[in-house]
Design a protein around this ligand. Structure first.
Ligand code: HEC
Length: 122
């Protein structure tokens, strides 16, 4: 399921490329889901991502103000193709000195929980 990337100047309209075409966020944060997402993040992602500063990769703080939820999930689930074909991911890859975002083989359900955790990081 390949979607065309949208204008890079409007990153919120860009859903990225990958299995996720539509994410519905609840009005309230689901705290149980977010807690599971946090523990997944700490095990699978914290080697490269820190909450309070730029590290090997960007801090996920405030990410949902910069990116659509679909884009975030596609970046988690399909980083290889995102880095090659999505204009925003390509630019990030260059900005981060060509260290690639790692595919940690999360399930879609795990990625959705990490996304919920990201909602708590304002
Ligand atoms: C081996 C290091 C590494 C690991 C592990 C890693 N990432 Fe990344 N990630 C990166 C790098 C580097 C980038 C910047 C883009 C690039 O260079 O590809 C990135 C980019 C991202 C982005 C886009 C950030 C933005 O500001 O748009 C998201 C979202 C992300 N990673 C989430 C995750 C999640 C969730 C996990 C764990 C499941 C994870 N990453 C594991 C290195 C990593």
């Amino acid at each position: 399921m390949v979607e065309t990337a949208e204008e890079p100047e409007d990153p919120m309209a860009n859903k990225g490329i990958g299995p996720v075409s539509e994410v519905t966020l609840g009005a309230e944060i689901d705290e149980a889901m977010a807690a599971e997402g946090k523990s997944i993040f700490e095990t699978m992602c914290a080697a490269c991502h820190k909450i309070d500063e730029k590290f090997i990769g960007p801090s996920p703080k405030g990410i949902l103000k910069r990116r659509s939820p679909e884009w975030v999930m596609n970046m988690i689930l399909n980083p290889e193709q995102m880095i090659k074909e999505d204009p925003v991911a390509k630019a990030l890859f260059i900005e981060f000195n060509m260290s690639p975002m790692a595919n940690q083989n999360l399930t879609e359900d795990q990625a959705r929980k990490v996304l919920e955790y990201f909602r708590t990081l304002e």
